[in-house]
Design a protein around this ligand. Structure first.
Ligand code: ATP
Ligand code: ATP
Ligand code: MG
Ligand code: MG
Lengths: 258, 258
């Protein structure tokens, strides 16, 4: 089993879109057993899959020690995909956990029980856009970091920061084996120089980490969550589904090679 | 003088792009005296204007009481525009302020001295994408909230949350007169139904607040920050500059009418 944080403090770069569509492609095409955890109080992963957010269903109670992890796992309409949804209570974690000792490793302790049970091949963590407690504790808990990177200038600027934060978490001793698994370029628009320049720059600085698969900008990817559907349900033959299937395939290939 | 928070916890909706371009349009076309404060540790407003981020230049030291506000104000190449830049130290504020009493009103206290000096007509606050201390204290400090809203499903979902958080800050007593000044639709793509549907829905629920001006999706707006330029410098005759001039004009008209 591997725990993968899908994180980038820059907002709107495709973390949630990648979480939903990588998880559903792994579960259906790869028959991998996936647990998807929505760690963002905005709960976009939860609503993007068509689930309603109810207070009390998120990891909040588990993080403050009032409930078990297993009690929050919910099945989805996909056979091999389970989810722990989010709710607004999670926003309270930022302040409440910040005031306790060991806030950095609380999530890591909670998720460590999943390693014993070995019910899943992959646990994906959709992270909020922030440098706060939820994001840093996800980095402390994860074996690997997958960074969605928007093909824009501000996206490029943010890359050094997330790499730096991950390094700090690793060096803090909270997660000595944590590593960057990969960088996925998102919202690539072939008609603009900007997209191509950003991809070229990232490939130059991070040749090993950057995925060959590039997720192209596609209106269908923006529409799918309004129907509560993953792209392979909403527009299975379109460009968005092609790109995310290719990403899931490459994700599995990269892990088999290791 | 009015303090305006440009905020929305949803990431990547155009908060920084609106902060930079509204501030520069107000300062040049309207000859208004503007102070722009970058409250986001990502420091995109700072780099988007071509300034380098140096540790020690942000509000961080002011918020923890080690420096005066005036010492952080920096002139820019625009006559009527000053800025307080950001740096990564601001990220520490989330955790440090959260642990002190009265963290919600610390920024409000700090900025209140600007009201006495009356050197500015407008103070604009570019906020980070989060529900944490920096964003909530900006809502507590601001007379008004301007909400950039991306013409996408997740953008629409987030609107209820920012409206709710602003209401909570108002009711907490920290800022009884705080109000929503407006909602600006951003990244509108006329070729898609999604954009039109989102605009229609927002206009239906918030007819008073939604600006007539809609900021259209334009590659030039994405390119400008990589040159450290505002849109009126980078592509003054293009669609992005037209839209932000129109926004600045409407912003002034709405305030004159009140
Ligand atoms: N490849 C794509 N093509 C077109 N639209 C996309 C694509 N990927 C994501 N989007 C849309 O762009 C917006 C931002 O994406 P998303 O919400 O997944 O980013 P995020 O990083 O999770 O944001 P946040 O920082 O708020 O958590 C959403 O409205 C989404 O539907
Ligand atoms: N109207 C527009 N047309 C095209 N691109 C845009 C437009 N507005 C903003 N962008 C680009 O979209 C991305 C997101 O915008 P921006 O960074 O301003 O959002 P933000 O809300 O400040 O993000 P964050 O939540 O990370 O602070 C940036 O790369 C920006 O250059
Ligand atoms: Mg998200
Ligand atoms: Mg921003």
């Amino acid at each position: 089993m591997k725990i993968v944080a899908i994180a980038n403090q820059k907002g709107g770069v495709g973390k949630t879109t990648t979480s939903i569509n990588l998880a559903t492609c792994l579960a259906t095409l790869g028959k991998e057993r996936v647990l998807l955890i929505d760690l963002d109080p905005q709960a976009n992963t939860t609503s993007g899959l068509g689930l309603t957010t109810q207070p009390g269903e998120s990891l909040y109670e588990v993080l403050i020690g009032h409930a078990s992890l297993a009690s929050k796992v919910t099945a989805t309409r996909f056979d091999n995909l389970s989810i722990i949804p989010s709710d607004m209570e999670l926003a309270g974690v930022e302040i409440e956990l910040a005031q306790t000792e060991g806030h950095l490793t609380r999530l890591r302790e909670v998720l460590s029980q999943l390693r014993v049970a070995s019910m899943y091949d992959w646990v994906l963590l959709d992270c909020p856009p922030s440098l706060g407690v939820l994001m840093t504790s996800a980095l402390a808990a994860a074996d690997e970091l997958l960074i969605p990177l928007q093909c824009e200038f501000f996206g490029l600027e943010g890359l050094a920061k997330i790499v730096h934060v991950q390094e700090q978490v690793r060096l803090s001793g909270a997660n000595p084996d944590g590593r960057i698994e990969g960088i996925v370029m998102t919202m690539f628009d072939g008609r603009t120089n900007l997209s191509r320049q950003v991809v070229d720059q990232v490939r130059e600085h991070f040749p090993e980490e950057v995925y060959q698969t590039v997720i192209r900008r596609s209106v269908r990817l923006g529409e799918a969550p309004s129907f509560g559907q993953a792209i392979i349900e909403y527009n299975s033959a379109g460009q968005g589904a092609v790109d995310y299937r290719s990403l899931a395939q490459e994700f599995l290939t990269r892990h088999r090679q290791k």
